[in-house]
Design a protein around this ligand. Structure first.
Ligand code: URA
Ligand code: SF4
Length: 205
């Protein structure tokens, strides 16, 4: 496993989210900054009660500099509406802040970040958690689960129920919205994704 320096030395330990966002672009905690267009910071109110954590920016997010603006984001938007969650009230971020991809001709194909890159990037997510202090975190997909719930956590087995984060606070795990986008049983899997989000809403009440 490649040993990266990790993001710690680039993460501001005082100040608020504005300072975090300003510092993110300079991060050299792993090698993912080299080929990506930009680091993509989390978005949403710093007082949000709910934080949703995805994997990494995709092709669209990397170009536009905003989280969840591509196909997975559109699906997430629809699911949030179905679950009665207003996107503008939640804090949305990723476990890893730079896009990882492989070139195939002109296309950039998403590649799952390595465990070493998830670990390297974790100080940013930790700082976001410290600042936002969400009452509940929705952990979307296995990369976010690795970052927040440990390497042995299995999303498919433990999705849709009340969990406690190792560092304290409530969480609900679910699949990543891009897995629903690709699903051959779309209606069923979209329904399950919405059900998991509803569990999260229920825990906030
Ligand atoms: N997938 C993610 O996990 N995050 C994004 O921002 C976009 C797609
Ligand atoms: Fe830093 Fe994370 Fe980007 Fe790696 S992926 S360079 S740790 S911000």
């Amino acid at each position: 496993m490649t040993k990266y320096p990790g993001a710690q030395e680039w993460v501001p330990h005082d100040g608020g989210m504005r300072k975090v966002r300003a510092a993110l672009g300079d991060c050299r905690g792993c090698d993912l900054w080299e080929d990506a267009e930009q680091a993509v910071p989390g978005e949403g109110p710093v007082r949000a009660r709910m934080m949703l954590v995805g994997e990494t920016p995709g092709d669209h997010e990397d170009k536009e500099g905003h989280v969840f603006v591509g196909p997975a984001g559109h699906l997430l938007d629809k699911a949030l509406v179905e679950a009665g969650i207003d996107r503008s009230t939640v804090y949305l971020t990723n476990a890893v802040k730079h896009f990882r991809f492989e070139r195939q001709g002109k296309r950039r194909i998403h590649k799952t970040p390595a465990a070493s890159q998830i670990t390297a990037c974790h100080p940013w997510l930790r700082r976001e958690l410290e600042i936002v202090k969400p009452s509940l975190v929705v952990v979307m997909g296995s990369v976010a689960a690795k970052a927040l719930l440990g390497s042995t956590f299995r999303v498919t087995q433990e999705r849709g129920r009340r969990l406690e984060l190792p560092g304290g606070g409530l969480a609900v795990a679910t699949v990543h919205p891009s897995a629903v986008v690709r699903s051959e049983e779309f209606r069923r899997d979209f329904g399950r994704f919405v059900d998991d989000l509803r569990v999260a809403v229920g825990l906030l009440d």
